[in-house]
Design a protein around this ligand. Structure first.
Ligand code: GRE
Ligand code: ZN
Length: 321
């Protein structure tokens, strides 16, 4: 079965480190017990579902919340331990099937830049994932720019992944609905609203003018941004930096993945806005099914060449695999 499909790399695929998640007990993350069990599996169950869905390689990242929500000293210590453990798991469980994205101790930005470099140069990781705000701060604040400088110098991407919104935001935006639809504050909309704001702030703050080669990744087919680009350009009505419009910077500095959004129309919009070379396959396992994801791509009306680009070739290039 694997042989008939294009080589397939999925890059927003989650796991949990038992010692790191122990810092976040008591949060209502809306996760069914079987999902929690799969997050802890870096062996049999995960590999079986990869085989069922013809996913050749998972690039593993820690599920949220993670080191973004810890005190600086704890974040530094836990990032190191977690990344070392992930590297060991990859090596001993299935080094031909798994690769890794680092967790970064963003509450200590200089240490986060150093940890990124250590993970890439010593552990062979492909980049890093940042899960939502850093103790209430968006990533475009200047204190975090050393992380971007290092990522750009190392030529590795940073994945801007969602997390649950902060309690203030939850109260104002989601109160009154979450009793009936708890998913509203999470994957249904809360994740998207926060992550799209994070991404837009990266463009509008000038961070990407300072680091023009930095590559950021958004999941869920761009957190709705492809659909909004024309309107954003139109209403800003002026260049953002270096004479470039918002959408020009977005197309230069972002790649998008299909994680948990297997929609033909969202994919068509994303390809039309970004070009097929900037669209990468992802599942968002275990929150979505590998087989549902790969079957969907194979069922689309894309050319065989474009399917191969999305399923694996674009990831191979971006992550140098
Ligand atoms: C999560 O808890 O992190 C999550 C979900 C559902 C979809 C995606 C996702 O609960 O990351
Ligand atoms: Zn995810």
């Amino acid at each position: 079965m694997l042989a008939q499909r294009p080589f397939t790399i999925a890059i927003e695929e989650h796991y949990n480190d038992p010692e790191l998640v122990a810092h976040f007990t008591g949060l209502d993350l809306l996760r069914p017990p079987e999902v929690e069990r799969k997050l802890l599996d870096l062996g049999e169950v995960r590999l079986r579902e990869m085989d069922e869905g013809a996913v050749d390689i998972q690039v593993l990242s820690h599920a949220g919340p993670t080191t973004q929500k810890l005190a600086p000293d704890v974040a530094v210590r836990m990032a190191r331990l977690t990344n070392d453990r992930l590297a060991k798991s990859i090596f001993f469980m299935a080094r031909d099937r798994f690769a890794g994205f680092a967790v970064l101790p963003t509450p200590a930005p200089e240490a986060a830049a150093d940890e990124l470099e250590r993970c890439v140069t010593e552990l062979g990781f492909k980049g890093a994932v940042v899960n939502g705000l850093t103790n209430g701060k968006f990533l475009d604040e200047r204190q975090f720019w050393p992380i971007f400088a290092r990522a750009e110098a190392l030529d590795v991407p940073i994945y801007l992944h969602p997390a649950l919104p902060s309690p203030d935001v939850e109260k104002i935006y989601y109160d009154g609905i979450t009793d009936k639809f708890p998913e509203f504050r999470g994957p249904v909309w809360g994740f998207t609203a926060e992550t799209v704001t994070q991404a837009m702030r990266m463009v509008l703050s000038g961070a990407l003018a300072e680091y023009p080669k930095l590559q950021l990744i958004l999941g869920h087919l761009g957190e709705a941004l492809p659909f909004m680009l024309w309107r954003i350009d139109d209403l800003l009505a002026r260049p953002v930096s270096d004479g470039m419009t918002f959408s020009e910077i977005f197309r230069r500095n972002f790649h998008l993945t299909t994680s948990g959004n297997f929609s033909d129309t969202a994919l068509a919009c994303s390809i039309a806005e970004m070009g097929v070379d900037r669209i990468l396959f992802s599942v968002d396992w275990p929150f979505a099914s590998n087989k549902a994801g790969t079957d969907w791509v194979m069922r689309t009306s894309l050319s065989d060449a474009d399917k191969a680009r999305i399923l694996g070739e674009n990831a191979r290039k971006l992550l140098k695999m």
